[in-house]
Write a protein of this length. Structure first.
Length: 77
């Protein structure tokens, strides 16, 4: 079942609920989800700079195939 079908199935199920305790639990899940902090904001400046360097390398074509990377790093794995 794809995600859209799963969501529709949950919507249908929720619309038929009459149990307040389940509705309260779902409300708490929703609140926790919306309050969860964005992991990007927890990164250090060094981590952000490293990610940005990687993105720039990708944009400028400075990449290697999976096979090449495996050959280079196989001794470390």
């Amino acid at each position: 079942m794809n995600i859209q079908a799963e969501k529709l199935d949950l919507i249908e199920w929720i619309s038929k609920l009459n149990d307040n305790s389940i509705i309260d639990k779902l409300r708490h899940i929703k609140e926790d989800y919306t309050k969860s902090k964005d992991w990007w904001k927890s990164l250090s400046q060094e981590e952000i700079a490293s990610i940005n360097r990687g993105l720039l390398d990708f944009e400028e074509g400075r990449t290697h195939s999976d096979d090449t990377a495996r050959k280079i790093y196989e001794k470390y794995l």
